[in-house]
Design a protein around this ligand. Sequence first.
Ligand SMILES: [Ca+2]
Length: 376
Amino acid sequence: MSKTSAAPQSRRPVWRIFLISLITTTIVIVGVLFRPVAPKPIAAKPNDAQTTLADTTPAPSPTPVGMVWIPGGEFSMGTDDPTQMICGGPDAMPDARPIHRVYVSGFWMDATEVTNEEFGRFAQATGYITVAERPLRKEDFPSAPPENLVPGSIVFRPTSEPIPLQNHLDWWEYVQGTHWRHPLGPGSGLAGLEKYPVVHIAFEDAETYAKWAGKRLPTEAEWEFAARGGLTGQPYSWGNELKPNGKWMLNIYQGQFPTHDRAEDGFSGIAPVAQFPKNGYGLFDMAGNVWEWCSDAYRPDTYATRSALGTVTRNPTGPKESFDPAEPGAIKRVHRGGSFLCTDQYCTRYMIGSRGKGEVSTSSNHLGFRCVKTSR
Ligand SMILES: [Ca+2]
């Protein structure tokens, strides 16, 4: 299989199609349901969010290097405000509803996504081999010929000309030999990318790194509380306008997707960490750049179940088992934050209260993570 194969989709090996289908996570940005609409400005509307009540207990010390203290407290989780967008219309994103009240205890959080430099130190110290570097198991793909059981990961491929946005396989490709050290394929490397987020990270990779670092992955509630930066019910971690005073606040995609990213925010593709203003808690890139793993198993009805209890949920850790009706057999965890491929024309999942999801062994070049640490 060539990484530059232009074979028609129908001729691709079944196992490969299956693999690519598993990245629905991130393909929420422009999935099969999406179609172009004229972009409209997003403004906050009255919603069910109630005031964020952050704890006032002073931050413990010392603060771990590279982390910031998130005070914890009670807040309104979820969103009913994904207005005007294909995957965020009035009836869309039901998994982010209803808005409900949650309490999280204070914790430290990495100020940025984990970088290639940081992940490299972990790999060197432990010899860890990521999921994307390991051969595929015959038992998982019994119909695949042995020569196709090759390590790899999924890479975004811009198209040469505009296409109907009906088949995400037109711009995603499973590329042999792709993993965190070769993020755009076997011919690519990390020179000059030390401060970029590490990508092609499967859930197991993120958890293993976090444990090695004496940290853990954030729960979805911790992630959202932190992303809100102390604000109440705002769609963005900086407020209620996508571009306050015309200024881009995150790395997403501008222009004709998936053909040409105009990079109006300064970056075509992935950006180094911390290139945009930090939020109220000192966190960078809680929207855009790369999706981030959370520890919670994904179910679309998690919020409905919680809300039905009628109480403030304390430190929720997600359902015991995942279930996604779109792929009932896949084991999925929550993704948050959106990526550099999100586009304001199609999708609003870089809005704080919205959710993403991903099959646990699947990675791609816009999926990374950051860690948290509990104060003892
Ligand atoms: Ca960009």
